[in-house]
Design a protein around this ligand. Structure first.
Ligand code: CA
Length: 250
């Protein structure tokens, strides 16, 4: 099982810290609470967290000053920081981002939005996927050259398919996780990530485009009724058999 990402919550108001911690725990994160900068420093000395949710207004050292310190420190330089604040002013937002925060969320916030932004921040930090070549059946995705190839038959020459950038990312995700059902919400989270507020039917539009660009291989992208989508090598084989059966003289 994957290790739960550890999130350091630096917040002096226990009720808010608790609300965030409960939601993080319910969503597969491991929260650690620090009530001020000093406590946060102790926690970081014990274990560098995967991300920090940082309140602006803290007793002692302010959130902005802490963000600036952590950005300057080699140990914490790449840890995503999500600033939390009651201020909504543009100059404050810029000050927070200038100090090195990755994102900014204004109180009162919805915990769903906090989670979505935290996931996006963690994903942005995640290392680029290796420049791999994924082959499923007769479909090949070459991440290094951003190309997709399809072989009509086992001995046919591979043909280059024209696939748009979003469809390419979508296909990459489906091919990295074949035979698995992906809900629209999950695809939005995994493929779109940063633009978490787009509608789920956008996924349907891009799936349709992806199928069109894949041509004969489009049948590999299956709709799983009421659940989502799946990329299956078997689906193509089935549909190829069906097509062969249909085209054979009766
Ligand atoms: Ca506070």
């Amino acid at each position: 099982m994957r290790r739960m990402p550890q999130i350091l919550i630096v917040e002096d108001e226990p009720a808010i810290a608790e609300l965030i911690a409960v939601n993080l725990r319910h969503n597969g994160f491991q929260p650690v609470w620090a009530a001020d900068g000093e406590a946060a420093r102790r926690e970081i000395a014990t274990a560098v967290p995967d991300a920090i949710v940082l309140d602006w207004m803290l007793p002692g050292t302010s959130g902005v000053a802490l963000a600036r310190q952590w950005r300057a420190d080699a140990q914490t330089r790449t840890v995503p920081i999500l600033m939390l604040t009651a201020r909504g002013d543009e100059p404050d937002k810029i000050a927070g981002l200038d100090a090195g925060a990755d994102d900014y969320i204004t109180k009162p916030f919805s915990t769903q939005e906090l989670l979505a932004r935290l996931r996006a921040a963690l994903r942005r930090r995640a290392p680029e996927p290796p420049q791999e070549r994924i082959v499923i059946g007769r479909l090949t995705l070459d991440a290094a050259t951003h190309r997709v190839f399809w072989q009509d038959t086992a001995d046919a020459e591979a043909q280059l398919l024209k696939v748009g950038p979003t469809e390419f990312r979508l296909l990459g995700h489906l091919m990295r996780n074949p035979e698995r059902v992906h809900s629209r919400a999950r695809l939005l989270d995994q493929v779109w990530g940063d633009q978490v507020f787009i509608e789920e039917r956008t996924v349907d539009v891009h799936i349709k485009r992806l199928r069109e660009s894949l041509g004969a291989a489009g049948a590999m992208v299956e709709t799983v009724r009421g659940a989502g989508y799946r990329l299956s090598a078997n689906a193509a084989a089935t549909s190829a058999r069906a097509a062969a059966a249909n085209s054979s003289p009766a």
